[in-house]
Design a protein. Structure first.
Length: 190
């Protein structure tokens, strides 16, 4: 049975791929060993991947960008999200030295970590919550869960049993929880 061009592309990697992996390996190893220049190493990983992805013959060599990233993931031991973040870093900051200058101008002698770069600089931040989503002073979810546990304790108390001071406090907390849950029930149903 004859194979199509796309099937051929899937079956074998380009001749240069192994050499490319060997070029990336020192940067990957430095990152994995937590060497000093982790940001520069991640930048170099991203810059080199981006260069391949943007090359004119990329589409002739790989069926999709996803296929290429999967091959890199398997060859380098980096997850695809990690590789995409490295690429985004190189794409957003084409000159690492300018990035370093920008960061040193804005921070107070704090060396940024990869986590800081990834979460604060690379990806769009989520919009601020509006006043209808969360009002100041509203309890956090964990506080509501704790209050719900207290509520379940009250339910187990028999009706004719007298409540001590702690239980009175719990009853007041339960009323608060009920008041917060009522709008949710109306909005989403029981």
């Amino acid at each position: 049975m004859a194979t199509t061009v796309q099937e051929e592309k899937k079956k074998k990697k380009p001749l240069w791929f192994d050499k490319f992996i060997e070029e990336l390996r020192p940067f990957v190893e430095d990152v994995q060993k937590h060497k000093k220049e982790i940001l520069r190493d991640r930048y170099e990983i991203g810059r080199r991947i981006l260069k391949i992805r943007l090359s004119p013959d990329f589409d002739q060599q790989f069926e999709s960008a996803e296929e290429f990233m999967t091959m890199l993931e398997k060859s380098l031991g980096f997850s695809k999200p990690e590789l995409y973040s490295c690429m985004k870093f190189a794409e957003k900051y084409p000159d690492f030295n300018q990035f370093r200058t920008m960061v040193s101008d804005t921070s107070e002698s704090i060396e940024p970590t990869w986590r800081m770069v990834e979460h604060d600089l690379l990806w769009e931040k989520r919009p601020e919550k509006t006043a209808t989503e969360k009002q100041p002073g509203e309890p956090k979810l964990c506080e509501l869960e704790e209050l719900l546990q207290k509520l379940s304790m009250i339910v187990s108390v028999q009706k004719d049993q007298t409540l001590n001071c702690d239980e009175c406090e719990i009853k007041a907390d339960c009323e608060f929880v009920k008041s917060k849950l009522s709008p949710l029930r109306e909005k989403f149903g029981d």
